[in-house]
Design a protein around this ligand. Structure first.
Ligand SMILES: Cc1cc2nc3c(=O)[nH]c(=O)nc-3n(C[C@H](O)[C@H](O)[C@H](O)COP(=O)(O)OP(=O)(O)OC[C@H]3O[C@@H](n4cnc5c(N)ncnc54)[C@H](O)[C@@H]3O)c2cc1C
Length: 390
């Protein structure tokens, strides 16, 4: 079976790896620029299991051993990971943590004093409860993507860069291949579209309505003023920020306040790659509130990336009703890195077995039709003020 994967980011390359490793002989990845040059290259690389949707948490948990086995090869630093909540979110945190423990995840609730001992420079005055995953941390998304690419090649897959796909070709109700810019036609029995935020326009040419938005997200790098040890990654659902150590004395800070979502929609091919002054001030204030113990903090630089966001902030990983030979695999928003190993495995299951082989990861969760049917994939225990944490 000839398989074309469009997109050489983490997801396309993980899918190529999984298919090639499981014996699919004719796999070709077509990447319009260079590998990992899309959302993957901007990823904060945080590894954790904390999700409100059980199948996503299960995917994160199934993926964790990959980071642990690859270790330094993908820059994995197992610093631990914690979620902090205020009083209003104590019940959802308890419910989500219990759900994670039911999946077998190594996680515990900790009180503010325990949190303070893990994170001595942190102000915990407004923290009511936290959960702590000792096996979480962060890694390098580009390195992981390149690792998947290398494994795919070792198992016979081919990868072409600077090969932009202009359109997906069809005959009747089935896909027959793709056409590149310049007119070259590549025939295929199966086309897997792993094109991040560009998936919307490729799908549109097939008459498929993919309700995806391109949402700009800004990040700051803060110098703490002294070398930092490997402190746990923090998802701060009180101040709505996430933070992790960067390098030795630096600190990467991202925004988790998505209340002005509509104002941050951008053209993913043309957006500002630096944070605006107002954002820098607002984020710096949140950092100073949470980490008053930094001896001499300063913002060293900022940048921005774009999330591919579907209405429930969860991906579509599925064939499309009425069109044979196509699988869409996009809409990972800010979460595709940590689950990318399991996503590749799920797509390989869909292709080779016709369904997920993991009961904790039902393929039906990721159907496109869920939006039209009004059945979004959402958490049973959403966080007040931080619904996108899922
Ligand atoms: C700022 C930021 C921070 C993030 N932080 C985290 C995090 O901490 N943890 C986490 O788990 N996730 C995080 N993510 C999310 C994660 O990085 C992404 O979900 C993941 O990298 C997406 O991979 P992808 O392969 O779907 O998309 P991409 O990496 O965007 O890859 C898609 C590829 O398709 C190619 N392409 C597009 N159109 C065509 C075409 N027509 N022909 C050929 N090729 C084409 C593009 O060039 C691109 O290389 C973050 C994302 C961003 C933006």
């Amino acid at each position: 079976m000839k398989t074309v994967i469009i997109g050489g980011g983490l997801i396309g390359l993980s899918v190529a790896r999984a298919l090639a490793e499981r014996g699919t002989s004719d796999v070709l990845v077509l990447e319009r620029h260079q590998l990992a040059g899309g959302g993957t290259g901007k990823s904060s690389g945080i590894v954790r299991t904390h999700y409100g949707v059980p199948s996503i948490a299960a995917m994160a948990w199934r993926s964790l051993p990959v980071f642990e086995q690859l270790g330094a090869e993908v820059g994995f630093r197992q610093t631990g990971y914690c979620v902090l909540v205020g009083e209003e979110n104590v019940e959802p945190l308890k419910a989500n943590t219990a759900m994670h423990q039911g999946l077998g995840v190594d996680v515990d609730l900790i009180d503010p004093d325990q949190l303070q001992s893990l994170w001595p420079m942190m102000n915990v005055d407004d923290v009511a409860l936290a959960s702590y995953e000792p096996r979480g941390g962060f890694a390098d998304a580009t390195q992981l993507a390149l690792h998947f690419g290398q494994r795919a090649r070792q198992h016979g897959a081919r990868i072409r860069q600077r090969a932009p796909v202009a359109r997906i070709r069809t005959s009747g109700d089935r896909v027959t291949g793709v056409e590149l810019d310049g007119g070259e036609v590549v025939e295929a029995d199966l086309v897997i579209c792993a094109t991040g935020w560009w998936t919307r326009s490729l799908a549109e040419t097939l008459g498929i309505d993919l309700p995806m938005e391109a949402y700009r997200s800004e990040l700051l790098v803060v110098d703490a003023g002294e070398p930092l040890p490997d402190l746990p990654v923090v998802s701060d659902l009180v101040s709505l920020q996430y933070c992790r150590v960067e390098g030795a004395g630096q600190f990467l800070v991202g925004n988790s306040d998505h209340s002005d979502f509509q104002k941050k929609l951008v053209d993913p091919d043309d957006y500002s790659n630096v944070a605006g002054e107002a954002s820098i001030l607002a984020y710096a204030e949140k950092v100073m509130h949470r980490f008053p113990g930094f001896p001499d903090p300063s913002v060293t630089h900022s940048y921005a990336g774009v999330y591919d966001v579907l209405p429930d902030w969860n991906p579509v990983i599925a064939p499309v009703d009425g069109l044979e030979g196509l699988i869409l695999c996009a809409g990972f928003a800010g979460h595709g890195f940590k689950i990318s190993p399991a996503v590749g495995d799920l797509v390989a299951d869909l292709v080779l077995e016709g369904d997920s082989t993991d009961p904790a990861i039902p393929a039906s969760d990721f159907r496109l039709e869920r939006f039209a049917e009004g059945r979004p994939l959402v958490s049973s225990h959403p966080y007040v003020g931080a619904g996108q944490m899922r």
